[in-house]
Write a protein that binds this ligand. Structure first.
Ligand SMILES: [Zn+2]
Length: 224
């Protein structure tokens, strides 16, 4: 698995520019529409639940799949007040999406009719699941299990990518910092091996630190 930090010069900033500018910007670079991908690539962009998705039985997937369909890309803010009626509607909505027993080709309006929700009620049902402002891509019902990706990057990379616009700079920084400083099992055993080799060969401490530093850089999972 490879992780790379990429950024676009001059991207609009959430909170400084209005939401519609950000939504237009996101549509220029990111999509979840796999309709024009050849089948091998369309398969790698689908989320499949695994054991790591749920911390507790019946809790929501921590990667937030399935993602609700959306008429157009938009930023949605959390609800300020909890409302039990909305919470119940939200549970029904996500159970409906999870079960997948519906016509995946139905239009967004038919989908709302099927759920017996107005568009405002539908957005509120999504809002009550949010802890922070979140961007939802324009999404068909047939694409609720798809990662977001950049078409240009995909052509070059030819494998799964998950590209997101960052609304919360703090969360993105802590996520990246965790990866940059992550010490996995392979690194720990590599360090142990280097220390033993140096002890056997009586190489001085400075040389050993140099070797450990190089190993650390080579084994890091993230580049920028
Ligand atoms: Zn999942």
């Amino acid at each position: 698995m490879n992780h790379t930090l990429l950024w676009i010069e001059g991207a609009p900033v959430y909170g400084a520019e209005n939401n519609s500018q950000i939504e237009q910007f996101v549509d220029k670079y990111i999509t979840c529409n796999i309709d024009h991908l050849y089948s091998k690539l369309s398969k790698v962009h689908r989320h499949y639940h695994t054991k790591s998705c749920r911390k507790r039985k019946n809790s929501h997937c921590r990667y937030n799949f399935p993602v609700p369909p959306m008429r157009a890309t938009r930023i949605i803010e959390p609800l300020s007040l909890e409302d039990n009626v909305v919470v119940e509607k939200s549970k029904s909505l996500f159970a409906f999406l999870e079960q997948g027993e519906f016509d995946k080709l139905m239009s967004f309006d038919d989908f709302l009719t099927e759920l017996n929700l107005s568009e405002d009620e539908y957005i509120q049902a999504i809002q009550c699941t949010l802890k922070q402002p979140t961007i939802f891509l324009k999404r068909k019902l047939s694409h609720i299990w798809n990662n977001s990706f950049s078409k240009d990057m995909l052509v070059m990379w030819k494998a799964n990518t998950d590209v997101q616009y960052v609304l919360n700079a703090y969360a993105a920084t802590s996520y990246c910092t965790l990866y940059m400083t992550k010490v996995d099992k392979s690194m720990t055993s590599a360090f142990r091996r280097i220390r033993k080799e140096h002890e056997r060969s009586h190489i001085d401490a400075i040389q050993m630190i140099h070797t450990l530093g190089n190993t650390l850089l080579n084994l890091q999972q993230m580049s920028a």
